[in-house]
Design a protein around this ligand. Structure first.
Ligand code: S3P
Length: 178
């Protein structure tokens, strides 16, 4: 496809909002490749996310996250990409994704917390109150960057169907067939 930017589908939202699970199912439904940004970072730097936070700190993680995001967006096939919950926090990353379709998956804070509280995500270690405040603070960012917000509760196939419906004709204009 010469001269045109591939319009990828990017899933954003808090930790536990279902970006990876739904992203994989959405990609299957579209027959597009699926990638998870955190997994790509882990492969690229040969460390787990908790190791990166512990050994290099969050600032370095954000730097590596942005670099990896740029590489993923350069794919010349349209992809579905599940972002980490903080990948679009920096204003300068908004320009990177504005040509793509950004979908915000959300759920009530208590439900998100239930899903992540027993995982080893570094920012979960700050506790429930900090997590709820983070969700509250980040809503404005997700709202600003995403063109579609989907409540990610219940049956995953219903969530995928809602996304496909929300994308509507927009998705038909550019698949991976050409
Ligand atoms: C983060 C979310 C995580 C991961 C890192 C930081 C965040 O990804 O990128 O632990 O700042 O919200 P998930 O949203 O996939 O859990």
């Amino acid at each position: 496809m010469s001269g045109n930017i591939r319009r990828h589908i990017l899933l954003t939202g808090m930790m536990g909002s279902g970006k990876s699970t739904i992203g994989q199912r959405l990609a299957d439904a579209l027959n597009w490749p699926f990638f998870d940004l955190d997994e790509e970072i882990e492969k690229r730097y040969a460390m787990t996310i908790p190791q990166i936070f512990a050994q290099h700190g969050e600032e370095t993680f954000r730097h590596w996250e942005r670099e990896t995001l740029e590489r993923m967006l350069a794919h010349d096939m349209a992809i579905v990409l599940a972002l980490g919950g903080g990948a679009l926090l920096q204003e300068k990353s908004h320009d990177l994704v504005k040509a793509h379709r950004v979908i915000w998956l959300d759920a009530p804070s208590s439900e998100l917390w239930r899903r992540v509280k027993d995982t080893n995500r570094p920012l979960v270690a700050q506790g429930q109150e900090a997590f709820f405040l983070m969700h509250q603070a980040r809503r404005a960012v997700y709202e600003k960057v995403a063109s579609l917000k989907i409540e990610c509760v219940g049956d995953p196939s219903t969530v995928v169907a809602a996304i496909l419906q929300g994308l509507g004709a927009d998705i038909g204009e550019q698949g991976n067939c050409d």
